[in-house]
Design a protein around this ligand. Structure first.
Ligand SMILES: NC(=O)C1=CN([C@@H]2O[C@H](COP(=O)(O)OP(=O)(O)OC[C@H]3O[C@@H](n4cnc5c(N)ncnc54)[C@H](OP(=O)(O)O)[C@@H]3O)[C@@H](O)[C@H]2O)C=CC1
Ligand SMILES: CC(C)(CO)C(=O)C(=O)O
Length: 325
């Protein structure tokens, strides 16, 4: 099985390192800059549970060098997707499965979503339609990322939490391609269940990101401060309730309630959200995938989302002024 991880930073590096260590799949990573150079020179180092492992997957700069793949796992930050979709074309053939492992509302969200919105485009993440054209939804397998990791120095991935990558077909089927990838990830030491309602899980993950990440970027507060402050917590809760109404109008069912989700985030403690980290490092922020898309879906479904809209306006300006949007 040929698996290419496109954008093998923290999450992609973690996945690639464990797959390569298992040795049952042919793993290629596509990365760039000093991180790629370090992996090519010294291998990919994974630090996890106090253990260091160095593996040597094929590390290349371009899809042309990697060639056709059985699976292309996209682990880019959301703002990089539209620009990178064209670069991925040499990886994609008739039998290729594209695994979308990017936080937020994905470009394929409305593909095979039974109901009045089937086939619509999510403009916030696919503004021109190019992403959907170059990465056709019928090739896509959804993936929710639960682990946490970071590139602590070029070529080195520090894995801090979690080992689950939930998979799911847009139509909910237990397809051969989903089961085969699940088996490969499980053999590499991850939990990789194939779920019938992948959009329900997208929303539970997104629920936290759409509220905590923007508020942390606006206030510079860590998760413990946001969830511990009555006023900020109320803003988060209101955003999450608005988002829940949007999602439910699209057929999503939440397995937990909003207060349980907030309590879960509070347990993470003094964590700087990824959006705050991106802001501090001057990197593109996942504004549209995490919140712009939710406000767009609120418009499509005609569900009022005034708090989400207000926070989005503030966040866009904050991100623009920092050169991160
Ligand atoms: N890290 C985490 O703990 C978690 C991350 N996620 C989500 O996972 C996704 C991936 O995040 P994460 O792994 O942290 O991101 P990273 O920034 O660590 O990894 C993305 C990598 O892709 C590279 N890249 C970007 N564009 C290209 C390109 N055109 N060609 C080759 N390489 C490219 C980046 O290089 P460069 O650095 O040069 O831009 C970077 O190395 C995001 O949606 C994130 O929100 C979800 C849960 C936890
Ligand atoms: C804040 C947290 C833990 C949940 O919203 C997260 O996933 C992030 O930092 O992006």
């Amino acid at each position: 099985m040929k698996i290419c991880v496109f954008g093998a930073g923290a999450i992609g590096g973690l996945m690639a390192a464990r797959l390569a260590a298992k040795g049952e799949t042919e793993v290629t990573v596509i990365a760039r800059g000093p991180h790629l150079a370090a992996m090519q020179a010294n291998g990919l180092k994974l630090i996890s549970d106090g253990q260091e492992t160095v593996v040597r997957p094929r590390c290349v700069a371009s899809a042309a060098e990697a060639g056709r793949q059985d699976y292309v796992v996209i682990t880019l930050k959301a703002p990089a997707l539209a620009g990178a979709a064209a670069q991925m074309q040499p990886l994609i053939g008739e039998g290729t499965t594209i695994v979308s492992a990017v936080n937020g509302v994905p470009w394929w969200y409305f593909y095979k979503l039974a109901g009045p919105y089937e086939g619509r485009r999510v403009e916030s993440v696919d503004p021109t339609g190019e992403v959907g054209r170059l990465l056709p939804p019928e090739k896509v397998l959804g993936c929710i990322i639960y682990p946490a990791a970071e590139v602590s120095e070029p070529g080195v991935i520090e894995h801090t939490y979690g080992d689950r990558f939930t998979l799911g077909e847009p139509d909910g089927s237990r397809s051969d391609r989903a089961m085969a990838l699940s088996a490969a990830l499980s053999a590499a030491g991850f939990k990789a269940p194939v779920r019938p309602k992948i959009r329900d899980e997208i929303w539970v993950k997104l629920w936290g990101n759409l509220a905590f990440n923007p508020l942390s970027a606006l206030t510079t507060a860590t998760l413990d401060v946001i969830t511990g402050d009555a006023e900020l917590r109320a803003v988060c809760r209101q955003m999450m309730l608005e988002a829940q109404a949007v999602a439910e109008s699209l057929g999503v069912r939440f397995a937990i309630d909003v207060d349980k989700r907030i309590a879960g985030a509070a347990e993470v403690g003094a964590h700087k959200t990824s959006m705050l980290q991106d802001l501090e490092r001057g990197r593109p922020m996942e504004v549209d995938a995490l919140l712009g898309s939710v406000v767009e879906l609120a418009g499509i479904t005609e569900v009022p989302a005034p708090t989400c809209r207000t926070v989005l306006a503030l966040l866009r300006t904050r991100a623009r002024l920092a050169g991160c949007y």
